[in-house]
Design a protein around this ligand. Sequence first.
Ligand SMILES: Nc1nc2c(ncn2[C@@H]2O[C@H](COP(=O)(O)OP(=O)(O)OP(=O)(O)O)[C@@H](O)[C@H]2O)c(=O)[nH]1
Length: 505
Amino acid sequence: MVLAQLGGSISRAIQQMSNATIIDEKVLNECLNEITRALLQSDVQFKLVRDMQTNIKKIVNLDDLAAGHNKRKIIQQAIFNELCKMLDPGKPAFTPKKGKTSVVMFVGLQGKLCLHPHVGSGKTTTCTKYAYYHQKKGWKPALVCADTFRAGAFDQLKQNATKAKIPFYGSYMESDPVKIAVEGVERFKKENCDLIIVDTSGRHKQEAALFEEMRQVSEATKPDLVIFVMDSSIGQAAFDQAQAFKQSVAVGAVIVTKMDGHAKGGGALSAVAATKSPVIFIGTGEHMDEFEVFDVKPFVSRLLGMGDWSGFMDKIHEVVPMDQQPELLQKLSEGNFTLRIMYEQFQNILKMGPIGQVFSMLPGFSAELMPKGREKESQAKIKRYMTMMDSMTNEELDSSNPKLMNESRMMRIARGSGRHIREVMEMMEEYKRLAKIWSKMKGLKIPKKGEMSALSRNMNAQHMSKVLPPQMLKQIGGMGGLQNLMKQMGSTKDMMGMFGGGGDK
Ligand SMILES: Nc1nc2c(ncn2[C@@H]2O[C@H](COP(=O)(O)OP(=O)(O)OP(=O)(O)O)[C@@H](O)[C@H]2O)c(=O)[nH]1
């Protein structure tokens, strides 16, 4: 079961429970059993699932709930909290500091239980993604290839590093991974790199030999952080594998790769439990920038189909150039999504990568504009749209009234750009679709980065109702239910917490 399906099953179970006129023990048990089934099917370890069920039952004591309490809300919140707890080991991972040298060692198994035994966990790719992510933020990362077992590992790292313009170290001749690791770390310390990343072997003749090698590399390089890289498709094997690494080296964080694939994602939860370390990033594709910071609450919100405002805002900050941000956010909060804004955003997309990532974070919105695996086609489409928009007048670009674009205007644009009128119409449909989504931002106070709580303070039920997916709103009991809920919760901040946007970052 893919994670999205897991989310769907859980949401359905909650929905079914909410439809019941009276929520008694039987209804609660049915709901919990449904959720348990979904989690087990997603490869979450049995013990974790059982504990979660017990905990929810403990928190939600139906008899104790005085009449008038919102049982649904309590149960829903309990499920949300328990899922968060599963993914949050309670202590944050070591975070390297810019300008201060840190050594980060990556470990992970090739994964003989993977669907494709010849494919690695994605460790080497992830090392580069991690380096690239930090480099974009002004760090001076460097890559060391201490995988001497797999022929081609150094070439792969070299290729990736060269593409991203990140210094690297490795050897075709030397067969001692410890020696290479130490030399590489020494060299980059001298060169004042602040993030020295050591990639290690993922396969060996025997697993015991691999773990011993990890122990030696770790002892010799004294990493500040050891990151366990796990393929999201390893399933139930995740717990044992993660635990085996934890016993050899001090794993401090987890990165789950291939979250874009068709794998069951539940193993991630098990890896967290086995290593008592948080997931810090997830890999969402083969490209360098398909790498996302992992935050528990927004993730669970997204999992439950509740949308992820904070991730969305972060993406805006990442994708839109700094100097354009205030202006764009201002325009959006006025609700005027013009063709010119669309044009400017297309420019950003072409510069920065798929906006599908951004839109997929909006509540109830899937990445239709840039479907996964069809990025090239989508880019060509965007370029085509931009050529057509180049033939538009300022009046047309700055209007937010789609009625302005009558047939004769569209004919002129088609002629001017050498495209068919059908294509201009298609673009206008795309514009209307985007405008509709962005119009939900109208009147919304947009926070600066790091001011998420400002957003929540300024959210009222009206805004909330606009951005929540309709099925969710129904589940809460429509506008009235939402207002009640917000009153009961005292502040909208808690509400946003529940929907994934709460708290300062
Ligand atoms: N779809 C998808 N593919 C990924 C992701 N991360 C890595 N890959 C692909 O997975 C394959 C294996 O990645 P590698 O980085 O070579 O794996 P490795 O773990 O270093 O391999 P070993 O050294 O053998 O352990 C490559 O084809 C990568 O492009 C991801 O997040 N999504």
